[in-house]
Ligand binder design. Structure first.
Ligand code: FAD
Length: 449
């Protein structure tokens, strides 16, 4: 392939990997739905080398895929076999932490945890946080507009970005490295690249917004009898405690499965809902709040973690690693108005169990952000596959006007269902934007739209 020879000549032979030297990582993200390696992996070391790579690929009409930490859950970074993968892993490092403006300039291939640690070392706080923090890259986080556990207080990845550098399909470097909170000088182009999963350009650097550290966080586990009580608890926590930094609900089947497997027991009885609430309010305020919630019947039981180790135990149930061992496990990521999530969970469970009476179906998630995850494990019958489950989960969601993707993105897995969450006019405009920025369609083809 003369393109690979041109890339070797331009970037050096070590920047181009083929065959066995690529390893298995480029074949699939953590949805584990990819099984085809890319044609080659290119490892640029700078924005200029990303630009050279894209310009050569565009001229040759060869499709490319950006690959970050490969922790995505929507198949967005999975090759189809035709593409060259551009790995951002050598574009790594913090260029600057500016304590006066509370900003950080970071390269796209830097792992999220490294950015969090650099902010903390300067007495500041990067508010983005997800379970994959040690492996996912900032570039991947921004390309998927990641959510995570602090959205309720600080917003999604999009809200943490002030400026961005991206390389367009033809190799043009678009540097919008704004550092100000306020900048209304025309269109805010960075938003084209945030959440577009590598289909409109490759992110190479970003200016991230930092915050003062939130202070000491107290972790509570609350038990409630109904979903309505969970919502009432959310609103009461927001009004009485104010500083809520996490609100994560777990339906009984999810909580019990993981707690039992981890041999953890927090309450004498099982409850229909367990909720992790984290707040920076004082211990005294938290105790007064929990007593009032017990008196008013919003919760049936509660405990306050008395050590970091106990808080970690509570979070280990929410992280739910035991459930990942279930056969054919599918993890959905939908959003719908907070008040309707309980009803949707009941309707979705009923529809899935009607089709597969022995299936495992359980719910958990960032309910304070109107986002719920669904775990479904079942053995398929003849002519069935994962899309048989998708059809039910998204079919039940449609009348609620919810979104088929709250935070994980569309990738390949949800692409056939995008029309359920976006109008024909929205889809048409997305296609026009795509063809304006990437006329040859070389950027992550077959993904999102
Ligand atoms: C244990 C675990 C917990 C998770 N928790 C959460 C959570 O709470 N919230 C959440 O939102 N997600 C979560 N995720 C999903 C995943 O971690 C996020 O989607 C993350 O943002 C992906 O980052 P990445 O670097 O791994 O991207 P990748 O998987 O490598 O890529 C994701 C997409 O972004 C594109 N891309 C990657 N880098 C670039 C770039 N520099 N420029 C342009 N496009 C690029 C890829 O082409 C692909 O379409 C979790 C995953 C795991 C495994």
């Amino acid at each position: 392939m003369s393109l690979l020879e041109d890339l070797r000549a331009a970037l050096g032979p070590a920047a181009v990997l083929e065959g066995q030297e690529m390893g298995s990582k480029p074949a699939s993200d953590m949805s584990y739905t990819g099984n085809t390696p890319p044609r080659a992996v290119i490892r640029p070391r700078s924005t200029a080398e990303v630009a050279t790579t894209l310009s050569l690929c565009n001229a040759a009409g060869v499709p490319v895929i950006a690959q970050g930490g490969m922790t995505g859950l929507a198949g967005g970074a999975n090759p189809s076999g035709q593409e060259i993968a551009i790995s951002l892993d050598l574009l790594r490092g913090i260029e600057e932490v500016d304590t006066a403006s509370a900003t950080m300039v970071v390269k796209a291939g830097t792992p999220l945890e490294e950015c969090q640690q650099a902010a903390a070392a300067h007495g500041l706080f990067l508010a983005l946080d997800l379970g994959s923090r040690g492996s996912c890259h900032i570039g991947g986080n921004l390309s998927t507009n990641a959510g995570g556990i602090r959205v309720i207080r600080y917003g999604m990845a999009r809200e943490q970005v002030l400026g961005l550098e991206a390389v367009l399909a033809d190799g043009t470097v678009l540097s919008s490295m704004n550092r100000m909170l306020k900048n209304n000088a025309g269109y805010d182009l960075k938003h084209l690249f945030i959440g577009s999963e590598g289909t409109l350009g490759l992110i190479t650097r970003a200016v991230l917004r930092l915050h003062p550290p939130p202070g000491e966080i107290t972790t509570m586990l609350c038990a409630s009898a109904t979903y309505e009580e969970v919502v009432a608890l959310l609103r009461r926590a927001q009004s009485d405690l104010g500083n809520i930094v996490a609100f994560e609900a777990m339906w009984r089947d999810y909580f019990s499965f993981n707690a039992d497997a981890l041999k953890l027991r927090f309450f004498a009885a099982e409850h229909p809902f367990c909720v992790i609430v984290e707040s920076t309010a004082s211990r005294e305020a938290i105790e007064t709040f929990l007593a009032a919630c017990l008196d008013d019947g919003l919760i049936a039981d509660a405990l306050v973690a008395t050590s970091h180790a106990q808080a970690r135990q509570i979070w280990s149930v929410r992280e739910g690693h035991p459930i990942e061992a279930l056969p054919n496990l599918l993890n959905f990521d939908v959003s719908l108005p907070i008040g309707q999530i309980g009803h949707y969970a009941e309707a979705c469970t009923a529809a899935l169990l009607k089709r597969w009476p022995k299936a495992h179906v359980s719910f958990y998630g960032h309910v304070g952000d109107s986002n719920v995850h669904i775990c479904v494990s079942t053995l398929y019958g003849p002519g069935e596959d994962m899309h048989s489950v998708d059809d039910i989960v998204y079919g039940v969601l449609a009348p609620y006007h919810g979104s088929i993707s709250a935070e994980h993105g569309i990738g390949t897995l949800k692409r056939p269902y995008l029309h359920l969450s976006r109008s024909a006019e929205e889809l048409a405009l997305m296609r026009r934007v795509k063809s304006a920025l990437d006329p040859k369609g070389i950027l992550n083809p077959g993904k999102v739209i």
